[in-house]
Design a protein around this ligand. Structure first.
Ligand SMILES: *Cc1c(COP(=O)(O)O)cnc(C)c1O
Length: 255
């Protein structure tokens, strides 16, 4: 790790407050209330100490990409004398054989990218007599390297998942293309927002939820979260701008 990749824990609080003010400004520009947007701090590949630091600065929602890392951090938190109150978000590609380890552990699974995966969640949740909150992941730009439903197929997927009694679809999630110019992602965010409104109007999403404002629109990362907020994001998933750069590793793409 080079010196400029290392983020001292004490810097996390400062970076968080800068991210929060950028969210606030984006809300002001677009006539939204700040309370409509939840910040999910993406802590993948970062040590639990960083989560503790962000937790001390008021973050309650953390996003993780890998099941084993997520369950490890849940255990680390539980072992504390005074565990942090955390809502864990699974945001990375999920394999069906890992679903059983996640049931009952997360507040929301953002990355449901196939009907068979949703069916597996239904099956495992039913076994444990639980209901899982999920989002359907949409590959908004049709990128070869990304998981997710095409915008054209997500409505049919929502219809198929709707009858599952142990799965509640709260909304949609996307990872827009990596770009130097976030404006190029604005049309994708706008399209996802209107798709979510349509699905909600058609009764294909949960009409209400005790934990999250519905419909959930999970979109916007370090490179583009302000544009996502302007286009209606209710959750932004920000890692690098809070915790600093990660060691290069496949972060949820197909290859
Ligand atoms: C890693 C990751 C993020 C956070 O990305 P940053 O660019 O570091 O903010 C958000 N969403 C998903 C799905 C990710 O894999």
């Amino acid at each position: 790790m080079s010196a400029d990749e290392y983020t001292p824990a004490s810097e996390i609080a400062g970076q968080l407050s800068r991210v929060r003010s950028r969210i606030r400004a984006a809300c002001e520009r677009s006539g939204r209330r700040e309370a409509e947007v939840s910040l999910i701090a993406v802590s993948k590949l970062k040590p639990f100490a960083d989560i503790a630091e962000a937790g001390a600065a008021g973050v309650e929602d953390f996003g993780e990409n890998y099941v084993q890392e997520l369950t490890g951090k849940i255990a680390e938190n539980a072992a504390l004398p005074d565990p942090l109150r955390i809502r864990w978000h699974m945001i990375g590609h999920l394999q069906k054989n890992k679903v059983k380890y996640l049931i009952g552990r997360t507040a929301l699974i953002h990355s449901v990218d196939s009907v068979p995966l949703a069916a597996q969640i239904e099956k495992e949740a039913a076994k444990q007599d639980r209901t899982e909150r999920i989002l359907l992941e949409v590959n908004v730009a049709g990128e070869e390297s990304k998981w997710g439903f095409s915008p054209a197929s997500v409505r049919q997927a929502a219809r198929e998942v709707l009858p599952f009694p142990h799965v509640r679809v709260l909304g949609l999630m996307t990872s827009a293309p990596l770009t130097d110019d976030p404006e190029t992602n604005r049309p994708y965010f706008r399209a996802l927002a209107s798709l979510a409104r349509e699905l909600a109007a058609e009764g294909l999403l949960a009409p209400e939820d005790s934990l999250f404002r519905v419909p959930v629109l999970s979109m916007g990362m370090t490179g583009d979260f302000e544009v996502a907020v302007e286009e209606g994001a209710t959750m932004v998933r920000v890692g690098t701008a809070i915790f600093g750069k990660r060691e290069p590793q496949n972060g949820g793409t197909k290859k």
